[in-house]
Ligand binder design. Structure first.
Ligand SMILES: *Cc1c(COP(=O)(O)O)cnc(C)c1O
Length: 436
């Protein structure tokens, strides 16, 4: 296969080749493998502020930010300092420490719908535990998810996104038995009628509905106001638990997440990414009467050797404190809007059908003719064109998510200069693409 990049990165190529001999596919998470854009990944040597540096010595403006956590940029001084201080007190206790309560109190204060919170070690664990809790709390089995939403690699949530409304879920990974997904039902995001029909038929059997309140995992897709309103009304009416998966949007779209931005009140919220400040942390929280069902307060089992790890808690506390004291949200929104405006203008100028979708610091350039509102419209976008755009940007030192179906993130370490750099790179990339 020809290398889609015009820049030679021999050290990255060699390091990746070496990795493939001992790690399946050379990566510890498949999104990193550049499967959606071709070629091989850069191997990172270090990161600083808004930049990543690869082993060949190239510098990239980083719009992935570890897929969400690094909203403050890399090695923010307050986070580094808090983390080192924690390490000096020991790395893990397997016994309670005050840092856990401190972060829990910060999360409870930040998100009004979260009255209590339990820490785990990843977003996957958070959503897995949240749906177990919804089932334990309601005594029901059915879970509703939406096609194209990603909630981590939980067996019961790894369901073929192609499945339609009332069909039983079909696993889309070998190794997930049908039994694990037969109680997961797939609906279309933003489809209010389908949702209403489904609740009319099965409402009394639905334990919970889980969704990304703003989707990042099929590219950036906003929810319609009506969709959010109907979700709340129907779940409330039928006694189902409404679960907002804010692993990506929590502390990202605002300090209180997507739910603060919209004024929504879910029953349970899954968190991850930013609350760990770059360390492995997830959390699920919500109404106290529901969270009190979690063991040992209640009967629903959930545990973790490294849950509430003091080093990770310290990084999370430092990150949240910084976000609270110096809220970057307004500036991130303006900065990202300017980037969006600049890229849109270039895409128009060079005649590329496109949709630039954005909320706050999350954005996606879809090569598509019509607004992307759900799974079907997302997969209809021009993935080949996106791959070309990705490599044009890489070769100009801008690191975007390596898939059309992932949101890009602007971070607080970015300045007007970085914004200009990005728009120039995008404009040059889109011009180059128009010439072939
Ligand atoms: C990243 C993500 C997850 C999974 O989190 P991990 O820490 O990767 O397990 C779950 N839900 C959403 C919305 C995510 O973006």
């Amino acid at each position: 296969m020809t290398n889609p990049s015009r820049v030679a990165r021999p050290k990255s190529a060699a390091a990746f080749e070496r990795a493939t001999r001992s790690i399946p596919g050379g990566v510890n998470s498949p999104a990193r493998a550049f499967g959606g854009v071709g070629g091989t990944p850069i191997i990172v040597k270090r990161a600083d502020g808004p930049y990543l540096f690869d082993v060949d010595g190239y510098r990239y403006l980083d719009f992935i930010g570890s897929w969400g956590p690094m909203i403050l940029g890399h090695r923010h001084p307050a986070v580094v300092e808090a983390t080192i201080a924690a390490i000096n007190n020991g790395s893990s206790y397997g016994a309670p420490c005050e840092l856990e309560t401190e972060l829990a109190e910060m999360v409870v204060a930040a998100i009004p719908s979260v009255e209590m919170v339990r820490f785990v070690s990843s977003g996957t664990e958070a959503t897995m535990s949240a749906i177990r809790l919804a089932r334990g709390f309601t005594g029901r089995d059915l879970i509703v998810k939406f096609a194209g939403c990603y909630h981590g690699h939980v067996d019961s949530l790894l369901v073929s996104a192609g499945s339609s409304a009332l069909t039983l879920g079909v696993p889309n990974s070998p190794g997930v038995p049908k039994g694990c997904t037969q109680d997961t039902l797939i609906l279309q995001y933003n489809d209010v009628q389908e949702l209403a029909d489904f609740f009319a038929a099965k409402g009394g059997q639905i334990a919970g509905v889980i969704l990304e309140p703003v989707v990042g995992n099929m590219g950036l897709i906003p929810p319609s106001a009506e969709f959010r309103k109907e979700l709340r009304r129907l779940t409330h009416h039928h006694g189902s638990v409404l679960i907002y998966d804010e692993v990506m949007t929590g502390f990202r779209l605002s300090y209180g997440g997507a739910q603060e931005l919209f004024g929504d009140t879910p029953d349970v919220t899954a968190l991850g990414k930013i609350i760990g400040g770059g360390y492995p942390v997830g959390a699920y929280g919500g109404r106290a009467d529901i969270l009190k069902k979690v063991m040992p307060a209640g009967p629903v089992f959930q545990a973790g050797t490294l849950s509430g790890n003091p080093v990770a808690m310290a990084a999370g506390i430092a990150t949240l404190r910084e976000l609270k004291q110096n809220p970057p949200y307004q500036r991130l929104d303006q900065l990202t809007q300017q980037i969006a405006t600049g890229i849109t203008a270039a895409a128009k100028q060079y005649g590329h059908a496109h949709q630039l979708q954005r909320i706050g610091s999350m954005w996606t350039l879809f090569f598509a003719n019509a607004p992307v509102t759900n799974y079907q419209t997302a997969v209809a976008s021009d993935k080949q064109k996106f791959a070309r755009f990705f490599w044009e940007m890489m070769d100009r030192g801008v690191y975007l998510p390596c898939s059309q179906f992932e949101a890009a993130f602007t971070c607080a370490a970015m300045t007007d200069e970085h914004l200009q750099e990005t728009i120039t790179a995008a404009s040059d990339s889109l011009r180059a693409m128009a010439q072939v």
